[in-house]
Write a protein that binds this ligand. Structure first.
Ligand code: GLP
Length: 240
């Protein structure tokens, strides 16, 4: 795991944006996994700013979404699909056909998502956020290292952390890429900001393969970069 500690949320976000831009420019047919959450909103805004100068930026890329709520009516404003339309597709002038979302519509939907990722040649770069309880995507505590795309029950801590995003309906299930799906990506780029995440970042650094904190599995990945702002890094000491 490579850790990049920065002095501010702005700097951490800029570091991740620059890495994505560099990768997209050097790999025009980039296959990228996208994450949602509050942390990513300023990041997508920076990518959109860049896209204003280079309209072809990411025009030939392909995107897979990490996770989605299960049980929301189609087009519901709390869905991650709506989030991606608002923060990525429209501001970056991209074509919705470049995006694949995990499907919950058919029993074989989960396997077919894995197959679609494989058919694309596999994910080059998976962007990740981090849940307060150590979840990645919606791989809640208890998720196993061999887990694939599947429907999961959301932890009460997750529902509480995301409650400000729910309009009318509160979903209690989601569909998420599994830990194995994420470990199969060629590189992982995680952005973690804010004081609330300082404890889980400290836990990540001190534990390995810990099912109570699924993000610890990602330390097995040979190309896992973790970018932190000052507050998220406030309980660790990288100089020791
Ligand atoms: C959410 C999503 C993740 C996200 C994480 C952090 O529940 N499932 O994809 O990265 O939790 O979210 P936030 O950035 O809002 O803290």
């Amino acid at each position: 795991m490579k850790i990049i500690q920065t002095d501010s949320t702005e700097e951490a976000t800029q570091v991740v944006a620059s890495m994505i831009i560099e990768k997209a420019l050097s790999h025009p047919k980039l296959v990228m996994g996208l994450a949602t959450g509050k942390t990513m909103i300023p990041l997508y805004a920076k990518l959109a700013q860049f896209a204003e100068n280079d309209f072809n930026f990411m025009k030939n890329a392909q995107f897979f979404l990490l996770d989605e709520y299960h049980g929301l009516p189609a087009g519901h404003p709390s869905s991650f699909r709506c989030y991606i339309e608002k923060h990525v597709i429209q501001p970056l002038h991209l074509d919705p056909l470049q995006f694949t979302f995990p499907s919950v519509d058919s029993p074989e939907g989960n396997i077919s998502y894995e197959n679609k990722i494989k058919e694309s040649g596999g994910i080059d770069l998976q962007l990740l956020g981090l849940g307060l309880n150590g979840h990645v995507g919606f791989n809640e505590p208890g998720s196993t290292i061999d887990s694939q795309t599947r429907i999961v029950k959301l932890a009460s801590e997750t529902l509480k952390a995301n409650q400000d995003q729910f309009v009318d309906v509160v979903p209690n299930q989601a569909i998420t890429m599994g830990i194995a799906t994420i470990l199969d990506c060629r590189s992982l780029l995680m952005l973690v900001t804010g004081k609330a995440k300082a404890d889980v970042v400290k836990y990540l650094l001190n534990h390995h393969d810990d099912t109570s904190c699924p993000v610890t599995y990602l330390k097995r990945h040979p190309h896992f970069t973790l970018v932190l702002d000052k507050e998220a890094a406030s309980k660790i000491n990288l100089n020791i």
